[in-house]
Design a protein around this ligand. Structure first.
Ligand code: FES
Length: 97
């Protein structure tokens, strides 16, 4: 079972393989935006993946198109609702911009 670590707090959450980062964070009471309820249609769940990126599901066209519209997006950026856990632990940070 992969473990999600949220920086800078260091909070850890056990997650199920195949579940999204967003669902794991919401289940644990973490404060993360989700205006479109996980449909990949907004940018409120934007996160930076610091570790474990290769274990996550690949980005799809919808996510890539949405990420292209976000100011401050970087190579570590993902939408938490579209990134599904694999088998490895993942560390993320919620950007402040
Ligand atoms: S909750 Fe809207 S894109 Fe993720």
């Amino acid at each position: 079972m992969p473990v999600l670590t949220i920086q800078p707090s260091g909070k850890t959450i056990e997650a199920a393989t195949g579940s999204s980062i967003l669902s794991a964070m919401l289940a644990a009471g973490s404060d993360i935006g989700h205006k479109c309820e996980g449909k990949g249609e907004c940018d409120s769940c934007h996160i930076s993946v610091l570790e474990g990126r290769k274990s996550l599901s690949k980005t799809q066209r919808l996510e890539n198109e949405r990420l292209d519209t976000i100011v401050g997006v970087g190579s570590k950026s993902r939408l938490a609702c579209q990134a599904l856990f694999g088998e490895e632990d993942v560390t993320v940070e919620i950007p402040t911009i």
